[in-house]
Ligand binder design. Structure first.
Ligand SMILES: Nc1ncnc2c1ncn2[C@@H]1O[C@H](COP(=O)(O)OP(=O)(O)OP(=O)(O)O)[C@@H](O)[C@H]1O
Length: 251
């Protein structure tokens, strides 16, 4: 589905943001990328979406090497959807309904189909009753869900969620967890970046640990998060469940 081979990315100012990234999400449903601030998670997502082009290395989408012409990029957008970390960067319209409909209207879709998709996705993210509301009156968590709805409405099979719970309270986080689980049950492949270890531990069946642009560990979250030294090296904290287990084992 998505695979990378030795991907490097260097920004114009010389910042080396990705170093030899080898990722493969084919055999997993919900894959986590964990890493401290600035380790390269967003840069990686932008490369996977074709918004940035690797300085070196290859990206494969459904076994085809990524190309960067207009037609190829349009195809990628139909396969992969990305929910940005900051919903304000993804929300363009003043009314919730129009914002979610935006991508569909660009596809010249029938009005009745647009309405069906928008209403269904807004129901999914529990925002249907707010569909007439101006986006600028929404809470941060509600805006995040509108941004997710906008991507879901497009019907992509692969979803990249960049820090989906950043800035959310416990209720907002639980809502996102429920949405991700429902999407996975529907057969969507999901890649989540986060420094929320509890979230990744709860949701993901595979995890990559990122540090300064490299993957320094990968595997089953239950095993990876037991490796205290690895987690410390990545400047992260173990999930509380793991800490609790370790404490019990010490007693
Ligand atoms: N446009 C840019 N030009 C130069 N350097 C950049 C640019 N965007 C990001 N960087 C640098 O690239 C590195 C990786 O940044 P990136 O945003 O990918 O990290 P991240 O893991 O997503 O961080 P966070 O968890 O804080 O969102 C950082 O050192 C950052 O300062």
């Amino acid at each position: 589905m998505i695979k990378t081979q030795g991907v490097y990315y260097v920004y114009e100012d010389g910042t080396q943001a990705l170093k030899n990234i080898n990722l493969n999400i084919e055999r997993h449903s919900i894959v986590g990328i964990v890493g401290a601030n600035g380790c390269g998670k967003t840069t990686l997502f932008f490369n996977l979406m074709g918004l940035l082009k690797p300085s070196k290395g290859k990206i494969f989408i459904e076994n085809e090497e990524m190309k960067y012409n207009k037609k190829a990029l349009k195809n990628i957008r139909q396969k992969i959807g990305m929910v940005f970390q900051d919903p304000d960067k993804q929300i363009f319209y003043s009314r919730v309904y129009d914002d979610v409909a935006f991508g569909l209207r660009n596809l010249d879709m029938e009005q009745s189909e647009i309405q069906r998709r928008v209403e269904r996705t807004l129901e999914w993210v529990e925002m249907k009753e707010l569909q007439e509301k101006p986006v600028h009156f929404l809470s941060y968590g509600q805006k995040k869900r509108v941004a997710i709805a906008g991507v879901l409405a497009m019907g992509n099979d692969i979803l990249l969620l960049d820090e989906p719970t950043a800035g959310l309270d416990a209720v907002g986080t639980d809502k996102i967890i429920a949405i991700v689980q429902k999407l996975s049950e529907k057969g969507k492949k999901i890649l989540i970046s986060s420094h929320d270890m509890d979230l990744i531990y709860e949701l993901c069946d595979y995890v990559y640990v990122m540090f300064q642009g490299n993957f320094i560990g990968e595997g089953d979250p239950k095993k990876i998060f037991m490796q205290e030294n690895l987690i410390k090296k990545a400047m992260l904290r173990q999930p509380w469940v793991v800490k609790l287990k370790n404490r019990r084992a010490d007693l």
